[in-house]
Design a protein around this ligand. Sequence first.
Ligand code: UDP
Length: 350
Amino acid sequence: MKIMLAGGAGYIGTHTAIALIEAGHEVFVVDNFSNSCREAVRRVEKITGSEVRLYEADCCDYMSVRMIMSKEKPDSVVQMAGYKAVGESVAKPISYYRNNLDSTLTILEVMAECGVKSIVFSSSATVYGEDNPVPYTEDMPRGRCSNPYGWTKSMIEQILEDAAAADPSLSVVLLRYFNPVGAHESGLIGEDPQGIPNNLMPYITQVAVGRRDKLTVFGGDYDTPDGTCRRDYIHVMDLADGHARAVDYAAAHKGSAIFNLGTGIPYSVLDMVNAFSDACGHPLNYVIGDRRAGDLQDCWADAEKAGRILGWKATRGIAEMCRDSWNWQRNNPKGYADSEEDSDEEDDEE
Ligand code: UDP
């Protein structure tokens, strides 16, 4: 199949491109590089030996999306184009609602015009909200989210379910990501956040490589064995493989379906710090600080449904997650920044 990866130049998108290509699909990327770069897609081409056409366009821009989709005529869209920083979403809610909802609505409108009948959406475990008990199962109601980012995911899930209910020929798959970490085992691509990382793993890797002084662990007084929060960390290549299964599922099933993409195994912040120290071979400088506003104590998946229906299961453990995150950061201390300076525009299709 031919797959359009909307927002495909980012961390999850580039890894997903590899999994899709390795599963035999043809992939093209649409991205405005608001939090990503061309170099990452070039490296996907290097890893896979396949061409990945790259369109620089904003998925909120109806004319651009229509031009691209009518030219390429994809069989399916994987919609990952959106802002994702929780703290920023609290400061800039309008921008988050505008961008994340508009990009999805625009893609849905253009899909209807171009006869594209299948969409896989990057959702998040954050839609379970504050009230559901762990482990989360897909049949739990979407909960009260603690920030606008989470609400955009929750609202878009609703929009996509409504769209599927109204059009019996449409296939919608909602993938609820838990905490993606790690990198492709080549060390050529990985997570490269702009500015100070919000998420735990890129913060850890930047401390380990000397870009930051120390990690602050947000809260040591939670009701957990070591006092720190627990999450369901999942290797990004396992997550990427989940997308390949989801695209196949969407091709074969109409209507909407939800799948958790997690391991089902919780690890605490200190578990991650310790596993990472083992991977990089030296202790990590950290202090225990205050709790971060809006953090849940516990968040992990019941991963049974994806196993049963998609035939997908995460296979990489915490040691591989840390090893591959470290391999990427050690080989690319400044992320993609160095090679960006040498980049040119030659593979831009527009
Ligand atoms: N965390 C931390 N220090 C950091 C960043 C994150 O202690 O600098 C903790 C955070 O409190 C949470 C876990 O690491 O318990 C995962 O946080 P992240 O932001 O990566 O993902 P979240 O699950 O909050 O979306």
